[in-house]
Design a protein around this ligand. Sequence first.
Ligand code: PLP
Length: 441
Amino acid sequence: MLSEHDAESRRRIPGTDTLLAEPRFTAATSALGRDLVKAAITQAQDRARRGEITPEDVGDTAAGSLPPRASTLRPVINATGVVLHTNLGRAPLSPAAVAAVHAAAGHTDVEYDTDTGRRDLRGRGVVDALGAAVPSAEAAHVVNNGAAALVLAATALAPGQEVVVSRGELVEIGDGFRLPELLESTGAVLREVGTTNRTRLDDYRAVLGPDTGFVLKVHPSNFVIQGFTSSVSIRDLAQLGATVVADLGSGLLSPDPLLPDEPDASSALADGAALVTGSGDKLLGGPQAGLLLGRAEIIEQLRRHPLARALRVDKLTLAALEATLRGPETPTWAALRHDAAELHARAEELRDGLRQDGVTSETVETASVVGGGGGPGLELTSWAVAVDPGLAAPLRQHEPAVVGRLERDRLLLDLRCVPSDQDSTLRSAVVSAWHRQARSE
Ligand SMILES: *Cc1c(COP(=O)(O)O)cnc(C)c1O
């Protein structure tokens, strides 16, 4: 039984329609939609019924718990020190790419020629930009991701035929994603040659024949084999006369002196690869996409294959990719090049600011890595601010979320991938996490 006081209190809880009519909730309804606003209101009303808040607080509580946006995807400050973190969306888009996405979000001329008023090739701008970036490619095509590029290549170029690949290159890329299984799912037959550590040109030569669809060269982009090893270069493979497809993974279009061991599309094509595949959101620093570059007749064969339609990219991807290719250097490019001294200075400033706010912290020299996109084994000297590991959870729940790296019983906030204009946001996130933690103790 409710006491008289409780019953009276319940009667004072404002009704849903009354609250929805308040200007702050009508504004929220146009930004977020009615369902999300109603859910926040219902939750606050329930709390009042349970006596956790007073009826007078229902409106403010509901307004305070409105989600910041209609999607559950949240912005994250990447303080992990992993430049291309697959779980955190790999490459962050450049402001130029973000602007292009914004412009293309409504109706856009993605397949339309505004001069003639007729239909045009979808994504012509991206294909032109790829051609300009890789002059040795006769043609280019774009699909959803690197895996899709490989599937299209295997399906169109080796139907029921053999894909010849070295045993040392049968790699697992990410969480259970195994390249051999992907290739076999297309119906192509994998013809493995050589051993895990050594494969020679003769191993390839011995199996080539009428059943060969193509020879695949895969860049082991997330590990290195050291010691008694040998592999065959694209240049040597090209001498065999078979079609050579190179899966480069990283999407690097031309050589990068910072990553001397990372293969690039221009060099692979110059060395004789007929087709190269790569990702848009790794070292290229753009949106998720699969790049296919190579000989004109091969690209045409891929483009015309029925499967190509199922792997077609969205207008937003095309916009972001073209702006990445034509626009200024990307945040990924910059993150790989931040100078250790500059990161050190930022870390000291952050530490000083945190200490002023009463947060225990210190600066730590650390090593960042390239991550899911390439440069295996490469370590970049970086600087982090170390804080109490108990801050990890409240920082993850902060808006924007902050994800650091737990190391030896402390939480490291590596500044390499934190845009410098976010240092003050990071500082206030840590301070508010510190206070939340103090309250919950
Ligand atoms: C990352 C990678 C892929 C898969 O690319 P996605 O864009 O993640 O689908 C394939 N091959 C190699 C060598 C890679 O590094």
